[in-house]
Design a binder for this molecule. Structure first.
Ligand code: DAH
Length: 282
């Protein structure tokens, strides 16, 4: 431009301006095109088809045995009981001796109990938790103790060498057999239905006196569901309670039995072999 004459400068300058504007205009247009294409590509990439069916995640659920234990514990907690636990590997003292079980009692037999080394054994019932809890606490006591127990039973449709029990124990001043009956009735009716018919049958357990077994009417038959009784004074003495001051009642029952009755399960082994076709029904 500097070398142009005065006359030529304006028209050529004006022409240069036109060219400059044209170039800028095409650059702008091209940039817009590229940006639009970029947005379009991104939209296509991120498109979500909300009509495609979702992927179903497998849902876990509570095992029928645990569900039964939960229901039992819920009922007793509602009645003011506390949940307690004890070890599955026990000593003769907690499993038998402190529970007033004589040396020659058949339950102590090698045929019935799994004995381990060093005087240890696998507990045959959750009654051992009664002793452990009473040793550590003073009355009044109201506990429920769920847990695994072991017996040298031959496995069949109704027996298993490992199964579950729930133990119940109350100790206080002035507890009577009526309190035991009322508690058991309330528990079983919450568990199985308000119109459940029950009968208490005299029985024998070393750790209770008197002792009873409870039958409930189920599908037209009497079904034995638990053992219970007033805590034997010897058991109270073993943990340092004065049986002249305190009385107690206790009960123990098998969880598998309850689960089988509640869900019409015909073979106890179904509860252990983790067959999903079975478990999915609960
Ligand atoms: N421990 C007994 C059993 O395994 C059940 C039982 C009976 C527990 C009477 C108790 C009881 O607390 O009072 O067969």
């Amino acid at each position: 431009m500097g070398k142009l004459s005065k006359e030529k400068r304006p028209p050529i300058g004006a022409f240069a301006n036109v060219v400059k504007e044209k170039v800028q205009e095409s650059l702008r247009a091209r940039r817009q095109e590229l940006e639009a294409a970029k947005i379009q590509a991104q939209l296509e990439k991120e498109t979500l088809d909300v009509t495609i069916p979702g992927v179903r995640r497998p849902l876990g659920r509570v095992h029928p045995l645990n569900a039964t234990i939960d229901k039992v514990l819920d009922i007793f907690v509602g009645l003011g009981y506390t949940v307690a636990e004890g070890p599955q590997i026990e000593t003769d003292y907690y499993n038998f001796e402190a529970l007033n079980t004589p040396d020659d009692h058949p339950a102590r037999d090698m045929q019935d109990t799994f004995y381990l080394s060093e005087g240890k054994l696998l507990r045959t019932h959750t009654s051992s938790v009664q002793i452990r809890y009473m040793e550590e606490h003073q009355p009044p006591i109201r506990i429920v103790a769920p847990g695994r127990v072991y017996r040298r039973d031959t496995v069949d449709a109704t027996h298993s060498a490992v199964f579950h029990q729930v133990e119940m124990l109350a100790v206080d001043k002035g507890l009577t057999f009526s309190d035991l009956k009322g508690t058991i009735k309330e528990f079983l009716r919450q568990m199985f239905g308000p119109d459940l018919a029950l009968q208490f049958r005299a029985s024998y357990f070393p750790f209770t006196e008197p002792s009873a077994e409870v039958d409930m009417q189920w599908k037209g038959k009497w079904l034995e569901v638990m053992g219970c009784g007033m805590v034997d004074p010897n058991v109270l003495t073993a943990v340092g309670y004065d049986p002249e001051v305190y009385t107690g009642f206790a009960a123990g029952f098998g969880v598998e039995r309850f689960a089988m009755v509640l869900h019409q399960i015909d073979d106890i082994r179904r509860l252990y072999n983790s067959d999903l076709r079975f478990l999915r029904q609960f």
